[in-house]
Design a protein around this ligand. Structure first.
Ligand code: FES
Ligand SMILES: [Fe+2]
Length: 342
């Protein structure tokens, strides 16, 4: 980060529909998106659906045991094919006019579709999407040209694998809708500056003066030592654009910030506890602890959002000591959008 005053992104970028649409194409359609867990897709025909940044997709376990992913968009007149969050299906039949697709996405049947001599079902297969798994998490990517998932995760992925060592068991999912732009929530995540003010319990348990954010390729690692005997804070991190992980004590949670529209996002956590740890203890000591910290951020970020929308503030200075992670995130957003603040 340069040693001169650098400003945050302009307030308008957190509010405008035009920026949001540009981000959908230039960021979310190009980066890997974590959408679920492989354990939801064990049986042939099992599927999950998701809508990262307003792009409906689904992932299906085919009869051969492979995962396949497609845009959840019928090639006839654009209905969704699968409407539930997850389930099992033996065939892909559109709920609108009954077009039927194979598990490889090929259009098998367009019922009673007559009168167009040149109609070739081969032209109307489902749009494919890339799918890959890592540590039991399912990711999709809409960009054929993007790097593979492990390469995309980069040093951050290796760091998490190193931390995890022996097994973790799925504990539970947790989520909430937040009335703020997704970048507002990522900004908040990307700095420890607000910890003493917003998170008194967390501040009690860590050596805040030592809080460091280290930007790595396409992400940031947050390092801080626990204070005294707390055994709390471990390692936190973020991978551009919207994937995070948090370790508290012996567990790990993965988190994503799902943008819904310019003024709303949904935060989503999957918690994993160490194999053999009592679920009740883990819930009390780790999940509830982390959720309290999250609720403090969920309260504050909408307050910021309303002021970003109010039209008084344009852009404020970032602290070189504490907000280098926010700065890095903003650099990546600017690069992706191919524009700099006016
Ligand atoms: S929109 Fe799918 S069959 Fe018509
Ligand atoms: Fe926070």
């Amino acid at each position: 980060m340069p040693d001169r005053t650098v400003l945050a992104l302009p307030a308008e970028w957190y509010c405008s529909t035009k920026t949001w649409q540009a981000e959908r194409r230039a960021i979310f359609a190009r980066e890997w998106q974590w959408i679920g867990r492989e354990a939801q897709l064990m049986e042939p025909g099992a599927y999950i659906t998701a809508e990262p940044a307003g792009f409906p997709v689904f992932v299906l376990r085919d009869k051969a045991g492979d995962l396949r992913a497609f845009h959840n968009v019928c090639r006839h007149r654009a209905s969704k094919l699968l409407l539930d969050d997850e389930g099992r299906c033996t065939q892909l039949v559109c709920p609108y006019h009954g077009w039927r697709y194979g598990e490889d996405g090929a259009l098998l049947q367009a019922p009673d579709f007559q009168g167009a001599e040149d109609f070739d079902p081969g032209d109307y297969g489902l749009f494919p999407v890339r799918v890959a798994t890592w540590l039991g998490l399912v990711f999709i990517c809409m960009d054929e040209g993007a790097p593979g998932l492990v390469e995309w995760l980069g040093p951050l992925g290796a760091r998490i694998e190193g931390f995890l060592g022996d097994g973790r068991e799925f504990h539970r999912d947790l989520g909430a809708e937040v009335a703020c732009n997704w970048k507002n929530y990522v900004d908040n995540y990307q700095e420890g500056y607000h910890i003493p003010v917003v998170h008194p319990t967390l501040a009690r348990d860590l050596e805040w003066p030592e809080y460091r954010v280290i930007n790595v390729a396409g992400g940031s690692v947050h390092e801080v030592a626990p204070r005294g005997q707390s055994g709390q804070p471990g390692l936190f991190g973020w991978k551009y654009p919207n994937l995070m992980f948090n370790t508290y004590g012996p567990g790990i949670s993965f988190m994503r910030v799902e943008p819904l529209d310019p003024g709303r996002c949904r935060i989503f956590y999957s918690h994993f506890r160490p194999a053999g740890m009592d679920p009740g203890d883990y819930e009390r000591e780790i999940v509830q602890y982390g959720w309290q910290v999250s609720e403090e951020d969920q309260w504050l970020t909408p307050v910021v959002q309303r002021n970003l929308e109010a039209g008084v503030y344009q852009a404020g200075p970032l602290s070189p000591r504490h907000e280098n992670g926010v700065w890095y995130f903003h650099q990546l957003v600017q690069e992706a959008l191919g524009r700099v603040p006016a």
